[in-house]
Every structure is written in structure tokens, then in C-alpha cells.
Design a protein around this ligand. Structure first.
Ligand SMILES: *Cc1c(COP(=O)(O)O)cnc(C)c1O
Length: 463
């Protein structure tokens, strides 16, 4: 399996290459050069498999000959062995039509663990082959940081520098990062916003003083391996609810478009999906793009669902490439326009291509709170604010009778106890696996929001 860049001019790479590269050298994102297909029969025989075995089957065509099937199976067993639920991503019924797919049973309580537990192992595997090392530099508004740190803590060939905006992540989120004591983990709190932290990280990637000495890697969802791991749970839900004989719809709380793009990939591979509902909060660039073709970034409004408070949705570029004719040169031009004006119109081909599978809905704070209340009072389920946005959209969307809707439950409610308590009157408590979080000692470095201070710290502390 070869991977090509959405902007058409970076070299094609194999799976190991794209895993370690993150972003393509032409500024694009890597996608498979063609979609692997499963027949109806091949999907039907996956029914009843344990999660880790199903994961290996779904990932195998993407991995190509970079891992033997036996080695891939060992890695999925190890990655998903760390989840606190035997089913890894269990389905929960709400009413005759609505279902939740719980993706938060990993070590750090958000769906990011499903992909990052696997990615950490893949880094170690591919770096060992070339006797290499990787320095990960990332910025987080909350969930990616803790999931990535948990996945790589203690690894020999990887070290991680994670920037978070000081005072702007929840106590639970910060402690999940700063109480991990491993020599390869470096937490940095910067004065400034998440956007400031993200801008510094982007500069590091193109700073020759740093890249001459260190190989810099990425853990956010521009990394293809993350999306590949997320395709698996679309198969899991479908097989549980009558697939491949029966179609179902998914509602996905969306920020960077990674999670819902994985659903598009599952459909391309042959999984019968009726519709993918892109659920946004008031930061609704994706809703405007899908409903009106208008992809223009405003300023971020902070909400109770901070992981969806974004204006520029990196993985949307992968969809535009795939449904818009796979023309890298044209897309590079279109994206350059967006990068200079922060606005662009989708082409007709992109709009029509996306409309075949996608629809979108926007939820405000009131919609979110009432979805939390409905789940709590009518279905005995306490859900987090991100999941509530997905559930609001799942209940509002129009679908043929008999098509079940699965909302992806992306975070454990105890990650956002204040918002949950405000809406439902119930304060969720942390599960036992993170129970002593508030007793553990924190370690992090505070730095001014100045690029040179961050760069010098990284260069000074990188092994
Ligand atoms: C990251 C995140 C999202 C958004 O996922 P994308 O792949 O960026 O669209 C939604 N909910 C939670 C809890 C998250 O951590």
C-alpha cells in the first residue's frame, strides 16, 4: 500500500513512512492511493470477533507489507489490552433507534486513546528497525496531550514535548498530563492560547536549527495511522447492529474532522453506511461548508465542549481531495488561497461528492444541555458535552425508518464534571483507573509565550 499527498507533490510513502512523517513535505496530508475493499462476505465473517482481532483485519490492507499479519495482531492485542472494558468500544442502547458507541474506556478517558495506544506501539516498532529516535512536539487543548503522553511514556526511542495553554485546560486534563513521571515526557505550560501554542509547534517543524539535529514527529490527527485505527470501531458498531445486511447512520461530534473521516473510509471500504452526521458546536465552519459550500474561518468561541472549539479543520482537506477528483495540484492551489484569506468556496464536485454521505448539524449550548438532560432523565446515561452535541444531531436528523443511529461517545463525562453537573445536577466521578489523579505530584515547566523560549527549552532538553 502506497500513500500520496493531498497536494500532489510530496513523494509517495509506505505505511511506516507516513506513520513517522506526519505531515507531507508539500504541506498536504497523506491518504492511501486507493481504498482497499471488503466484500459483503468478508465483512459478514468478521461478526463476533474480539476487538483486537477485528482491528488487525481492518488495518491489514493499510499496513501492507510493513508488518506481518502476526506482528500486527500482537500490536493490536497489546494496544487494546489496556482498555478497561472487554468490548473495548461497547454499544449502549438509548431508545428504539438511538445508540451510543462508548469510545472512552482507554487510559485517559477520551476516544483519542483508541488511536494513540496503537500509534505509540507503531512508532516504537518502525523506529527500532532503523535504530532511530523521534522527538514529538505537540500542542493540546486537552485530550490529545494526555492520550499521547500515556501512549509514549517510558518508550526508549520516542520523547515528547507537549505544550498546553496555561490555565486554559481543565484540572483533570492538566493533571492527566503533568502527573505522568517518565524521563521521556516533558510538559510545558505557555502563557497564551491554544492557537499560540499550535503556531509555535508549526514553527518548530520548519526551524532548521531544530530539524538538523532532531527528527520531529506528530501525534495529532494529521497522522494517517490515527485515522486508520479509528476506522475499526465503525465496523464494530455495524456488525453489532445487523451489518453488513443492514445500513446504519453515525453521528460524530467533530472538530478536526479526523473521527468522522474514519467513517468515510469505512464506507469506501464497503461498510454499508446510510449517512454520516457531522455535529458541530457554535464553532461551525464544517456545518457551513457542508450545508452551503462556505469554508471560512471566524474566531473561536470557547464552549463547554473545548475539543471541538476549532476554526480550521485539518482533515477536511482529505475529504475534499477524495470526493473532489483527487487532483493534488488543484487542491494545493485551493488550500493556498484558504491559507492567505482564511476563506474558500467548495467546488461543485466537492459539494456533491460530500453530500452523498455527509450531512451536518450545529448545536448551541442550550441544545447540548438538553441532550445531556434527555440522556440522563429518559435513558439513565450520563454523557459528556461533546457526546451531547452528537446526540442532539442524531435525534434531529431525518433518516429512513428502521435505520439506527449511533452517536460516537467521545469522552467520559468525568472529564467535564462542571458542565455535566450544570446540565443534569449529577456530578460524575472519575473511574477507579485514574482515581488518585488529584493526589499525584505534578511536574511541568512554565514558559513565556515567546517562540525562542520554547525552542531553546526543547533543544536544551531533547536527548
Ligand atoms: C478530539 C475530540 C473531538 C473531535 O474529534 P476530531 O477527530 O478532531 O473531529 C470530539 N470530542 C472529544 C471529546 C475529543 O477529544
Amino acid at each position: 500500500m502506497k500513500y500520496v499527498s493531498t497536494r500532489g507533490s510530496a513523494p509517495a510513502l509506505d505505511f511506516a513512512g507516513v506513520t513517522l512523517a506526519g505531515l507531507a513535505s508539500d504541506g498536504g496530508l497523506y491518504v492511501p492511493e486507493g481504498w482497499p475493499q471488503f466484500s459483503h462476505e468478508e465483512i459478514a465473517v468478521m461478526r463476533g470477533l474480539p476487538y483486537d482481532e477485528l482491528a488487525a483485519r481492518v488495518m491489514e490492507p493499510f499496513v501492507g507489507d510493513c508488518l506481518t499479519p502476526a506482528r500486527l495482531r500482537e500490536l493490536t492485542a497489546k494496544a487494546y489490552g489496556r482498555f478497561s472494558h472487554k468490548a473495548v468500544t461497547p454499544l449502549v442502547q438509548l431508545d428504539e433507534r438511538q445508540w451510543l458507541l462508548e469510545l472512552f474506556h482507554g487510559p485517559t478517558l477520551a476516544f483519542k486513546d483508541v488511536a494513540l495506544q496503537m500509534l505509540g506501539l507503531l512508532f516504537e516498532e518502525f523506529l527500532a528497525r532503523e535504530d532511530g529516535k523521534l522527538t514529538i512536539v505537540g500542542a493540546t487543548s486537552g485530550d490529545t496531550g494526555s492520550a499521547a503522553i500515556d501512549a509514549v511514556a517510558g518508550l526508549d526511542r520516542v520523547e515528547i514535548f507537549m505544550l498546553h495553554p496555561k490555565g486554559r485546560v481543565s484540572d483533570v486534563q492538566r493533571r492527566q498530563m503533568t502527573t505522568v513521571r517518565a524521563p521521556n515526557v516533558h510538559n510545558i505550560a505557555i502563557d497564551g492560547s491554544f492557537d499560540d501554542a499550535q503556531a509555535m509547534v508549526k514553527r518548530i517543524f520548519s526551524d532548521a536549527d531544530v530539524t538538523a539535529k532532531h527528527r520531529i514527529g506528530a501525534v495529532n490527527s494529521i497522522n494517517w495511522a490515527r485515522l486508520m485505527a479509528q476506522v475499526v470501531y465503525y465496523f464494530v458498531a455495524s456488525l453489532q447492529l445487523g451489518g453488513p445486511e443492514r445500513k446504519l447512520a453515525f453521528s460524530v461530534p467533530t472538530g478536526n474532522f479526523g473521527d468522522v473521516f474514519a467513517g468515510h473510509v469505512a464506507a469506501r471500504m464497503g461498510l454499508p453506511i446510510e449517512q454520516l452526521v457531522v455535529a458541530t458546536n457554535v464553532n461551525d465552519i464544517l456545518h457551513r461548508a457542508l450545508s452551503a459550500g462556505d469554508y471560512s474561518a471566524g474566531t473561536v468561541t470557547p464552549t463547554a465542549a473545548p475539543s471541538m472549539d476549532i476554526q480550521v479543520s485539518s482533515n477536511f482537506e482529505r475529504l475534499l481531495f477524495d470526493v473532489g477528483g483527487r487532483d493534488g495540484a488543484a487542491l494545493a492551489e485551493q488550500m493556498r488561497g484558504f491559507e492567505s484569506t482564511r476563506a474558500m468556496q467548495l467546488t461543485n464536485a466537492q459539494r456533491e461528492g460530500a453530500a452523498r454521505l455527509f450531512t451536518s448539524l450545529r448545536a448551541d449550548e442550550h441544545d447540548m444541555a438538553s441532550a445531556m438532560r434527555w440522556a440522563c432523565e429518559d435513558c439513565a446515561q450520563v454523557i459528556d458535552p461533546h457526546t451531547a452535541i452528537g446526540l442532539h444531531a442524531a435525534r434531529a436528523v431525518e433518516l429512513p425508518v428502521g435505520v439506527p443511529v449511533v452517536t460516537l461517545a467521545t469522552a467520559h463525562p468525568a472529564k467535564f464534571p462542571d458542565a455535566v453537573e450544570r446540565a443534569t445536577g449529577t456530578r460524575p466521578s472519575l473511574p477507579p483507573r485514574v482515581g488518585d489523579l488529584f493526589a499525584r505530584e505534578e511536574a511541568y515547566t512554565e514558559l513565556a509565550g515567546v517562540y525562542e523560549a520554547v525552542r531553546d527549552h526543547i533543544v536544551g532538553h531533547a536527548a
